[in-house]
Design a protein around this ligand. Structure first.
Ligand code: ADE
Length: 242
């Protein structure tokens, strides 16, 4: 999968994603990342990309022309037009479901705003999806773009490495993940739950499922309710053994 990020701070994107799992995914050629500097497309000799807002108000706005030209430069190199995601607190909230949907794309263009935003006309012209990473406001779209790229990348086969799958993650099946333990068996007088040492895979699976349901009910009643509406048989099963 190829990510193209339109930004005024390309080094932020490159540095932020070049280490750890996303960095390795790029080295392996499973994903590619190209950070495109919008300023390179400014048509004026001062390379200015922002200006005052019509109607007044504080702050500067990113102008339409350089954003449009940067986006078209990327699109013109692709076989078919890619989706263009604009990172904005006004977008729909990013979820695991949306990440799964985006992971199906071959190419994805992500547009990062700065200052007070971007001229509405270019957004109308080029943007296909508006995504927010939560109900709070950051100084720019770069961190949100990195959140999206990280989340989508780890769903691409091979990125998480041999045999590791994203299928058991929290949210992947609509529930939070069960608690996990590693060595030693006892740490600060706390023992690992006995069932996990029993070697009985069916019992372990049953325990994990119960823990998932319990956690989700306690910590995210909203998700629990939705899950129970979609899986009415789960409540009985979850209760059967405590
Ligand atoms: N840009 C600024 N704040 C944002 C947010 N919460 N989500 C996406 N993009 C943003």
């Amino acid at each position: 999968m190829n990510f193209y990020v339109l930004t005024l701070f390309p080094e932020m994107i490159e540095q932020g994603l070049s280490t750890s799992i996303t960095g390795r995914a790029m080295q392996k050629g499973l994903v590619s990342l190209s950070a495109v500097n919008i300023r390179d497309y400014a048509a004026n000799k001062h390379k200015k990309v922002d200006d005052y807002t019509y109607g007044g108000g504080a702050g500067m706005l990113m102008q339409a022309q350089p954003v449009y030209d940067a986006c078209m430069a990327v699109q013109s190199g692709l076989e078919k037009p890619a989706r263009v995601v604009y990172m904005t607190p006004q977008g729909s909230i990013f979820t695991q479901q949306k990440a799964k949907e985006l992971a199906q794309e071959e190419n994805l263009i992500i547009l990062c705003g700065h200052y007070e935003g971007i001229d509405e006309r270019v957004l109308e012209e080029v943007v296909t999806d508006e995504i927010s990473i939560g109900d709070y406001v950051l100084t720019g779209g770069e961190l949100p773009a990195m959140v999206v790229i990280d989340t989508v990348s780890r769903l691409i086969p091979g990125v998480l490495g041999n045999g590791v799958s994203a299928d058991t993650d929290s949210f992947m099946n609509g529930l939070l993940e069960y608690p996990q333990y590693s060595r030693p068996e006892v740490w600060r007088d706390k023992a690992v739950p006995a069932v996990l040492l029993s070697g009985d895979h069916a019992k372990v699976d049953q325990w994990r499922r119960e823990q998932s349901l319990k956690r989700t009910k306690e910590r995210r009643p909203d998700l629990y309710e939705k899950y129970m509406e979609e899986h009415p048989e789960a409540e009985k099963k979850g209760k059967r053994k405590g």
